[in-house]
Write a protein that binds this ligand. Structure first.
Ligand code: ZN
Length: 251
């Protein structure tokens, strides 16, 4: 069962004895089955952070290869439209396949982002040890189960340990991970783990509230239903007072 999965997903790396915190600590993060998307370090050798299998091909494509890729996607979209009973030759749809191909490449451009380039030199030494919060970061992502959008707000907080990150970079990290095929739980966790890895802070908290088109437009739940996910690491996980302060501040 699930043979195609074992073939196509990157395998978790072998344990080396130098694993990052989330492999060593006995936290709930460690109680789930190994997922290559969160068990590997957020920053691997080439800086690509949990890339898709084909991320490198996309990154290194020549202009000709990129154009050929766009054409292949467009032709697949034509097939879908035809199978749905549409006339792909009618005026309104003439350029839709190409447009959709470009849109999908944009919606998934986060695979090509490199965590090192996103952060650049925006990590600063600073003696600040109070909570830093950036809230209401808009994110647009795609549900990997239905390939339709989910979108909402992300709130990120951390307590520095001698290092702080340029504030706009928190939003850039959220953008990088949301422009991929995602589930909201993983997106939340990936943002938290990236901040934890980059800053080694005393703690990180990420809360995301989102509306899923696959839920609200299929009648599974009422329009306006939102899904909230959170990931608490370090002192946000161990100290309820810290966690409560964060949750109050993002209200
Ligand atoms: Zn969905």
């Amino acid at each position: 069962m699930d043979d195609h999965k074992t073939l196509t997903q990157p395998q978790p790396q072998k344990r080396t004895g130098h694993e990052p915190f989330y492999k060593r600590l006995d936290t709930p993060l460690n109680t789930r089955p190994a997922s290559p998307y969160t068990l590997n370090p957020p920053i691997d050798n080439d800086g690509l952070s949990w890339p898709s299998l084909g991320a490198r091909n996309r990154l290194e494509a020549t202009p000709e290869e990129a154009e050929a890729r766009e054409k292949r996607i467009a032709s697949a979209v034509k097939t879908i439209l035809t199978e749905l009973g549409e006339d792909v030759e009618r005026e309104g749809l003439l350029e839709t396949p190409e447009r959709y191909a470009r849109a999908m490449l944009f919606f998934t451009k986060g695979y090509e982002d490199n965590i090192k380039d996103v952060i650049k030199r925006a990590v600063f030494e600073e003696d600040h040890d109070e909570m830093v919060i950036v809230k209401d970061i808009d994110v647009y992502s795609l549900c990997e189960h239905h390939l339709v959008p989910f979108f909402g707000k992300v709130h990120i907080g951390y307590i520095p340990n001698k290092k702080v990150l340029g504030l706009s970079k928190l939003a850039r990290l959220a953008e990088m991970y949301s422009r991929r095929f995602q589930v909201q739980e993983r997106l939340t966790k990936q943002i938290a783990m990236a901040v934890y890895e980059i800053l080694k802070p005393r703690g990180v908290a990420v809360v995301m509230e989102a509306t899923h088109m696959c839920m609200v437009s299929r009648g599974v739940q009422k329009v306006g239903a939102t899904t909230t996910t959170s990931c608490m690491l370090g002192c946000f996980r161990s100290q309820q007072k810290t966690r409560d302060e964060f949750l109050t501040l993002i209200k």
